[in-house]
Ligand binder design. Structure first.
Ligand code: ASP
Length: 416
C-alpha cells in the first residue's frame, strides 16, 4: 500500500468504496477526506488501497496549467492581493484542519476560469485568518492596493477571511480614493468541499474588478443557490450568518447590484462612483485606540469609565433601540466628551436609524455630547472613528467629519 498523506486514493473494504484524500491518522485507521467534505476512518485490515493521483502530481498539474496561461491581449489587468482566510486555504495534512496557506497564484491554479476574465498578477500580503487582522494591517493592505493601482492595475481583488472582512473593506473604503474597483472576496466553505463557494465568489469578484464600479465592494453569494453574487458597498455590509454561503447582507441599503453567475452580467440598482471619476489618493492614518462598547441592561458605567481612563481616543457605543443606554451611563458619556473623546451612539438593532430625540435617555445622551450614528453599522462607525481621528486631531473638526457622510455609510433616509 504505497500511499502517503495528501494522495487521492480509493479504499475498498467489504464491498464498500471510499475515495478521497488521505489525512493524517493517529489511530492506525486510514482516514480519507471524501468529496462530501466528511472524513471516513477505515480499519486497514482487509482494505485495499489504490492511489488515484499522487499529491505531488496533483500539485504539479495545477501549477503547469497556470504557468501555461499566457497573458491575453486586450484583457484588463487585475491584481489579486491575498490576505488569507478560507478562500486562500487548503487542508493541512498535518492537522487535518483548514489553514490559510495559499498564495495568490494558488488561487489561479484552483480557479482557472479566472484567466478568461483578466490577466492576473498577485501577491500574498498575509496568510492569516481574518480574526488576526489589525488596524496596522489595514494600512499595509491599503498601501499595497494603491501601489498596484499606480502600477497600472485596472481592478483589485482582495482575498480575505470572511469574519472581519467588513472591517477591512470599510477601512480601505475610507482610506482610498480609488479610480478603479477594489473588490473584497472570501468564502464560507473551503475548496475541498463540494458546496464550496470559493470559485463562484472569485469569478463574480473578477467580473466586478473589471467593471466600472470604482468603489470598495464586497462580492459574495447572494442566495443559497449558485445563481448570483451580490455587490455590497463596503460601508453597508455585514456578515450575518456563521456558515451559510449567503451570509453577507447589505444593511440599511440594497446592494449596489448583482453578478449573474451563468452569464457574468452585472445589474446595478444604486448609483455608484464610476471608473476614473476619482483621482487616486491614500489617506492611511489611523487611530487604533478606539473602542466599540456594547451596552447591556444593568451593565456598569465603569465599563465606559475604563476606556476613558485607559486613554482611548474615541468610543462607539452599541446602544439599544433608537440609540439608548441606561441613565447611569450618561455621566460617563459626558465625562468622555468633556475630555474631547468623541462618542458615537449606534444601535444593536442594526436595521434602522438612531433617533435620540424621542425618549428622555436619548435626549440626555445628546445633551452629554454624543453623536447620533444615524443608520451606520456599529463596526463601520468604529472604523470611521479610527480613520477620522487618524486624519484630524482637533475635536470639533473631527466631530464635524463624524457627522458627515463620507463613503455612503450614512443614508439620507433609511429604508422602512
Ligand atoms: N475565520 C476565517 C477568517 O475569517 C473564516 C473565513 O475565512 O471565512 O479568516
Amino acid at each position: 500500500m504505497d500511499y502517503e498523506e495528501g494522495d487521492r486514493v480509493k479504499v475498498e473494504k467489504s464491498g464498500v468504496e471510499y475515495e478521497g484524500i488521505v489525512m493524517p491518522s493517529t489511530t492506525g485507521h486510514i482516514i480519507v477526506k471524501m468529496v462530501s467534505g466528511y472524513n471516513a476512518g477505515i480499519e486497514p485490515e482487509g482494505a485495499t488501497v489504490t492511489v488515484v493521483q499522487k499529491k505531488t502530481d496533483m500539485e504539479e498539474a495545477a501549477k503547469k496549467a497556470v504557468n501555461e496561461v499566457k497573458p491575453k491581449k486586450g484583457l484588463p489587468k487585475v491584481s489579486i492581493l491575498s490576505t488569507g482566510g478560507t478562500i486562500a486555504s487548503k487542508i493541512d495534512y498535518r492537522t487535518g484542519a483548514v489553514t490559510s496557506q495559499f498564495s495568490a497564484d494558488d488561487i489561479l491554479q484552483a480557479i482557472p476560469e479566472l484567466t478568461e476574465i483578466a490577466n492576473f498578477s498577485g501577491k500574498a500580503i498575509y496568510n492569516i485568518l481574518s480574526e488576526n487582522m489589525k488596524a496596522d494591517y489595514w494600512q499595509e493592505l491599503a498601501r499595497a492596493v494603491v501601489e498596484e493601482i499606480k502600477n497600472g492595475a485596472d481592478g483589485i481583488i482582495v482575498a480575505h477571511g470572511t469574519d472581519t472582512m467588513m472591517y477591512s473593506a470599510a477601512a480601505l473604503s475610507f482610506m482610498i480614493d480609488t479610480p478603479v474597483p477594489i473588490v473584497f472576496v472570501g468564502s464560507q466553505r473551503s475548496a475541498d468541499r463540494p458546496s464550496s463557494d470559493n470559485a463562484m465568489n472569485a469569478i463574480c469578484a473578477a467580473k466586478v474588478a473589471v467593471s466600472d464600479i470604482a468603489e470598495v465592494t464586497v462580492v459574495m453569494h447572494s442566495e443559497s443557490s449558485d445563481d448570483k453574487c451580490s455587490i455590497h458597498r463596503a460601508t453597508k455590509v455585514r456578515k450575518m450568518h456563521t456558515s451559510r454561503r449567503d451570509a453577507f447582507r447589505s444593511i440599511n441599503s440594497e446592494p449596489i447590484g448583482y453578478v449573474d453567475y451563468s452569464t457574468g452580467e452585472i445589474t446595478t440598482g444604486l448609483s455608484y462612483v464610476k471608473r476614473n471619476e476619482r483621482e487616486l489618493a491614500l489617506m492611511d492614518s489611523i487611530e487604533p485606540k478606539c473602542a466599540l462598547v456594547k451596552f447591556t441592561p444593568g451593565s456598569s458605567p465603569d465599563i465606559l469609565g475604563f476606556f476613558i481612563d485607559a486613554g482611548y481616543k474615541g468610543i462607539v457605543i452599541e446602544g439599544t433601540g433608537l440609540g439608548h443606554v441606561s441613565t447611569d451611563w450618561i455621566p460617563q458619556i459626558e465625562r468622555a466628551t468633556e475630555q474631547k473623546i468623541p462618542v458615537i451612539i449606534t444601535s444593536q438593532c442594526l436595521n434602522g436609524r438612531i433617533c435620540d430625540r424621542v425618549y428622555d435617555t436619548g435626549r440626555d445622551i445628546l445633551k452629554a455630547g454624543a453623536i447620533e450614528g444615524e443608520d451606520m453599522l456599529p463596526e463601520v462607525a468604529l472604523v470611521k472613528m479610527m480613520w477620522t481621528l487618524g486624519q484630524i486631531q482637533n475635536y470639533d473638526d473631527a466631530v464635524d467629519i463624524l457627522k458627515q457622510d463620507i463613503r455612503c455609510e450614512i443614508n439620507e433616509r433609511s429604508l422602512e
